[in-house]
Design a protein around this ligand. Sequence first.
Ligand code: NAP
Length: 469
Amino acid sequence: MPIDIISSVLYDGPEVIPGWDYIKTYGPPALTLAAIKYYFAGASNTWERDLHGKVYIITGGTTGLGAQVAYELATRGAQLILLVRSTEDIWVADFVEDLRDKTNNILIYAEQCDLNSLHSVRLFATKWLDNQPPRRLDGVVCCAAESIPRGKARQVTVDGVERQLGINYLANFHLLTLLGPSLKVQPPDRDVRVILATCSTQSLGDVDVDDLLWEKKRYPSGQPWKVYGSSKLLLGLFAKEYQRRLNSYERKDKAPCNIRINLVNPGLMRTASTRRFISMGTILGLIFYMIFYPIFFLFFKSARQGAQSVFFTLFAPIFPKLDGGNLIQECKIITKVRTEMTDEGLQKEVFEKTEELIEKLEKQSAIERKKQAQFEESKKPLAEKIRAKNAELERKSNIYEKPATPEELDLKLNRLRQSIGMGGSGKQGDLPLFPDVDLAPNSAVSSGNDKANGNPTTARKNKPVKRKA
Ligand SMILES: NC(=O)c1ccc[n+]([C@@H]2O[C@H](COP(=O)([O-])OP(=O)(O)OC[C@H]3O[C@@H](n4cnc5c(N)ncnc54)[C@H](OP(=O)(O)O)[C@@H]3O)[C@@H](O)[C@H]2O)c1
């Protein structure tokens, strides 16, 4: 049959093909659209990697690019820790449950780390670093970002920093520098990869070392992409400087640095942030977005297509052999970058200034939190305050709990003294090793307790004392 058609076309011309008129009219535009779609879908990653047993932290892993990355890593068997604004959110619980089912991987967890607050980032990092022995960590993929639509007033984070700079730059800086000890402690044969999602708008950004966080300059609400671009450019400088610092860290085993930080530009995608940006956060804008959706469908990538460069950077075996701080786009390392990306002096200066800024902001926030707590405390009724104070005192003096401060230790020692009949009203001095022998020789209760507790040493020592009495 196909041979018949081909021979007819060859001898009698294409008009013999059924529906030729339609094909002639609609074929070329359809092919053009398919070619455009194919071109704008971008390059595809061809590398694979088995991720069973590997552990990754992902920010922004519940929507858009991050959700796609989470899905693909979970499918390959990785254990994931998704950092989310709130673990109380029922939607997050559903998302994790759903992802576990779809990928047949139960090792997917959500941890609270609101990038809107430096304190929240510190709480998560402290919790992570508190693990003994240190937890395995094969990589951190930072996809979370905030892009404010045009025409909106300046918005700030909990720490009072412009939102895009606070979330896209400061929070990532804080998270990765705090996780530094965890990254550095990984065994030398472990291939640790950190990925920071960036954007082409970094070419519109600026680095003003005297006003890194856009506090002195007027917020450009008509061109918010300038601030967004600056946040991504600063992130790039951070990646370069942090990589250098990690490279110069001397490990105890003298092995070379096994951590690589790279920047990935996924390209324009049809994700929630793009929709929000185009629709300018308005209903009318959303209608506009829906009407012109076919155009966005044609020219913008899906999240899966955008994620290809992330997979390339995570899976390709070349990266451990290269130094970090590369910009990856369309599954290729881009060598033509902004001049700031090659200026080591600037990168160092920006890094140090950012460290100072974070320290200052954290102190300010701590003072604010304390004031807020005191204010809330002052609003409580007296009876409730007394109850809370007593409960706190009870908790602190509970001898079965490890003391947190020297004062708590004193309280617990006093309680212990009282319990063994030494009187405990703040009396100082060392606790005797065998209190009932030295101080309460006739105390039958003490010896009885020792026997009951199965303390043969004390019980034996008590015997001659009783005989004497
Ligand atoms: N979209 C594009 O066309 C494009 C182009 C170039 C580069 N990029 C970059 O690619 C990355 C992903 O973009 P996307 O379009 O996939 O973004 P998206 O769909 O808007 O997702 C952003 C993610 O960040 C999370 N997030 C935002 N603020 C947070 C906070 N304070 N604490 C914790 N998580 C927070 C969001 O969590 P919630 O779900 O709780 O809001 C969400 O999961 C971004 O870094 C972006 O700059 C995107």
